[in-house]
Design a protein around this ligand. Structure first.
Ligand code: SAH
Length: 281
């Protein structure tokens, strides 16, 4: 029995990861390996094999923490600067964009429902001939999941189908799209200029679909008054079509552009939208 145990131990030792490349092991295999070893031989916890296994899972944890930290830093930056500053920031170091989106996908994996899927569903329920502009498209998930012609817009992208620009100034023609989508993308401090750009490119009677993080529209917690926001959008030349607060994580605010726009010349008062700061997990 003892011999069998020590043979197993020896075999376990042979399987141990190479110290030079510990982080290449999938996380689960490292953990599983370590547990089996400790269960069988608690006295060996401070042996070199155990410590190398420990350091590999430690490295994995540190990497995940660092990635999470980077994501939160970039996220905060995007919510506290203008679109132009954000464009310069990403242009200077395009790697930041991938870093941001890896962290963003991780955060989204904890949401029971994704707002982009609700918008995809909405589009599938309407005519596929509607031309769509997806402002702040991220990984262009929307374009990949509908038949419509979609102009996907974001700051930078590896995807050649994405128009990279600051969405306050797109190359789209005036009155050229039927649906303008902002899915969790009203990030800059100058967000009103994104909505004005959407208004410019939308055809009369076109749709403006906005999904935003719920806490940004919770006046009891420092968020904006949704009625004030809605009033500002309407003053730009829209009518409110839907206000849906039923989801725990996000709100849906849909508008329709008026057939005839009459500019009243008054300055529109936009509420401040507080940054959405993701918690450390
Ligand atoms: N709509 C996508 C991604 C949301 S993340 C989804 O629902 O999955 C928000 C996106 O908005 C990011 O990719 C960010 O780069 C983009 N964004 C923020 N400010 C922008 C700006 N000024 N111009 C273009 N894209 C912008």
């Amino acid at each position: 029995m003892k011999e069998e145990q020590s043979r197993k131990r020896r075999r376990g030792k042979n399987k141990k990861p190479q110290k030079t490349q510990p982080s290449l092991l999938p996380k689960h295999s490292t953990k599983l390996h370590k547990k089996t070893h400790q269960q069988k031989n608690p006295a060996h916890q401070s042996s070199s094999s155990s410590s190398s296994l420990k350091s590999s899972s430690f490295l994995d944890k540190m990497k995940a923490r660092l990635a999470g930290g980077h994501f939160r830093m970039i996220n905060e930056k995007l919510y506290t600067c203008t679109g132009k500053e954000a464009l310069d920031y990403f242009k200077e170091d395009p790697e930041l964009f991938d870093m941001y989106h890896t962290g963003y996908q991780e955060q989204m994996s904890h949401w029971p429902e994704l707002p982009v899927n609700i918008i995809i569903k909405w589009l599938k329920e309407h005519s596929s001939s509607l031309i769509v502009a997806d402002f702040g498209c991220g990984d262009a998930r929307l374009a990949k999941n509908v038949k419509n012609k979609v102009f996907s817009i974001d700051l930078v992208s590896n995807d050649p189908s994405v128009i990279s620009c600051d969405m306050a100034n797109t190359p789209l023609r005036p009155s050229s799209v039927d649906v303008a989508v902002f899915c969790l993308s009203l990030m800059g401090t100058n967000y009103a200029s994104y909505l004005k750009e959407a208004c410019r490119v939308l055809k009369p009677s076109g749709w403006l679909l906005i999904a935003e993080v719920k806490s940004r529209f919770d006046p009891n917690n420092g968020g904006a008054d949704p009625n004030m926001f809605s009033k500002a959008v309407c003053e730009m030349g829209f009518t409110s079509a839907l206000k849906d607060f039923s989801n725990k994580m996000f709100v849906l605010l849909y508008f329709k552009k008026k057939e005839n726009q009459s500019s009243h010349g008054r300055e529109i008062e936009w509420p401040e939208l507080k940054p959405c700061i993701y918690k450390r997990r």
